[in-house]
Design a protein around this ligand. Structure first.
Ligand code: MN
Length: 485
């Protein structure tokens, strides 16, 4: 089978032992699914094979690829977790079991058992982020083959993809998968809009091809004159993201990062050197310069972004980054498979805890939710609602659920900042505490050691559980004090 050959080719650098386990997983999956067909009429094994190929392209470890091949055997065949452990090992069995559990995840159920189950799944899945990555690969292949499903199923899967899997992909920085999932979901949910946006973008791309080529030529000349190693890539903005901007009444011409030129270089000092060279050729549009190298996004993304005045009154975004940053921009957390295969799973789990804001929020919710219902409600509200990204005056990016107020911002930075808050300045203007923050707002909290004190009404104004909880804690403590006096 051709797909199997593709897989073998991708894993030819793996050790013999690793290749053996992947082969065995393939043979087992092939046997277990032998009588099943996909909706397309093809043999079922096509699906797990495609999932494992997506994972092998991310340079996943052998256990993850094997689990990708076996990911549907617990759900669809009469194999048990114990049998998987015996045939393979407990690691692969745990991964397959984890993926099977997320398949049954139901965030909308009100049933007490389902709620308890959902909570258990979410917290257990977090113990090994590879489960999420396998599930994302599974969903990506299912979305790519959605045409064979009934229209109702297409809508349902697409909505779930946008609500659950796109945020998950975003949280772990798997941008390549995230972009593909978004575009596929839009194609089924809004086919006309999808066609129209992609048509318009194609037109712009054709018109600007000459300009981009001339810019590449000019920049190349300068880079070579300065003995700089580089790779050029062009990228066109994801159709879904453009659609979202257009539906907020923006015009295509106002989207300045529609076209981006990526320059990938060896190290960080060279990034800044290239930035200077690019600016000397094309003047920057100052307000759109972003240094995500010094101030990375909340999912590790790093790069310099500058929008420049290109020929013919065009704006072109230039992104400058190292090759490691470029890998992170495609795979996020899964980049560690490329960098450090043997320890990758431990490093990934460590980074998740240290660096990813969503993991901290999830833990916070898990530790403080009164019951399972509140846990699920908070997960929906805090983690699977739209997110906004606001700045501190130092330029740090703070990620919050949309609808958040300065109260959320303050308590997300530090309990003391929240408890001592007496005023808020957003983009150099004083605002009220019920102001709804927007992406790109620059927020400054004014505090006072003596006059600051949270008010009961703040609990209602706050959107995040962390803020609500910290306000209640403060108020409870102070009540106790009052009682004693
Ligand atoms: Mn599957």
């Amino acid at each position: 089978m051709d797909l199997y050959k593709d897989l073998l080719e991708l894993i030819q650098d793996y050790s013999i032992e690793e290749q053996n386990i992947i082969n065995k997983a393939y043979e087992t999956a092939n046997l277990m699914h032998r009588e099943q067909k996909r909706q397309s009429g093809e043999p079922y094994i096509i699906h797990p094979l495609n999932v494992s190929i997506i994972l092998a392209n991310m340079k996943a470890d052998a256990s993850t690829i094997a689990a990708g091949l076996l990911h549907d055997v617990l759900e669809d065949c009469d194999m048990t977790k114990e049998e998987l452990t015996k045939e393979f090992n407990s690691e692969i069995a745990m991964l397959v079991d984890g993926v099977t559990k997320i398949t049954n995840l139901d965030l909308s159920s009100k049933n007490a058992i389902a709620l308890a189950n959902t909570r258990k799944i979410i917290t257990s899945v977090m113990e090994d982020v590879r489960i999420i990555i396998i599930k994302l690969a599974d969903r990506l292949h299912n979305m790519k083959t959605l045409e064979f499903m009934k229209s109702e199923k297409q809508q349902e899967k697409s909505l779930e993809t946008l609500e659950v899997f796109v945020p998950l992909a975003n949280y772990i920085g798997a941008f390549l998968i995230k972009g593909e999932l978004e575009e596929l979901a839009l194609k089924y949910l809004k086919p006309e809009e999808y066609e129209s946006v992609s048509g318009q973008m194609q037109e712009i791309l054709e018109k600007s091809k000459e300009i981009l080529d001339s810019m590449i030529e000019t920049i190349t000349y300068t880079l070579e004159k300065n003995n700089i190693n580089y790779t050029f890539k062009t990228r066109i903005k994801n159709i879904y993201r453009v659609y979202k901007k257009l539906s907020k009444n923006m015009k295509l011409n106002d989207i300045h990062d529609l076209l981006a030129l990526k320059i990938v270089v060896d190290d960080i000092p060279t990034c800044y050197q290239v930035l200077g060279l690019v600016h000397s050729l094309y003047p920057p549009f100052n307000s759109e310069f972003k240094d995500y190298i010094v101030l990375p996004k909340t999912n590790l993304y790093q790069s310099l972004h500058t929008t420049v005045f290109a020929p013919n009154d065009m704006f072109v975004q230039v992104q400058i980054r190292t090759s490691k940053m470029d890998l992170v921009s495609q795979h996020g957390l899964a980049t560690y498979w490329h960098l450090n295969k043997s320890d990758a799973r431990f490093i990934m789990q460590e980074r998740l805890k240290e660096k990813f804001q969503f993991f901290a929020s999830l833990n916070e919710i898990d530790h403080n939710a009164k019951d399972n219902e509140e846990f699920i409600m908070r997960i929906r509200q805090d983690l699977f609602s739209n997110r906004i990204y606001v700045y501190t005056t130092k330029g740090d990016i703070i990620e919050l659920p949309s609808g958040s107020t300065p109260i959320d911002f303050a308590y997300n930075i530090h309990t003391d900042i929240g408890n001592k808050m007496i005023g808020v300045v957003v983009n150099d203007q004083y605002v009220d505490f019920n102001y709804i923050l927007k992406t790109k707002d620059v927020v400054k909290i004014i505090i006072s050691d003596t006059a600051g004190k949270p008010d009961k009404s703040w609990i209602e104004l706050a959107k995040t559980s962390i803020a609500k909880r910290r306000i209640s804690e403060f108020l409870n403590k102070n009540e106790e004090k009052d009682d004693r006096q």
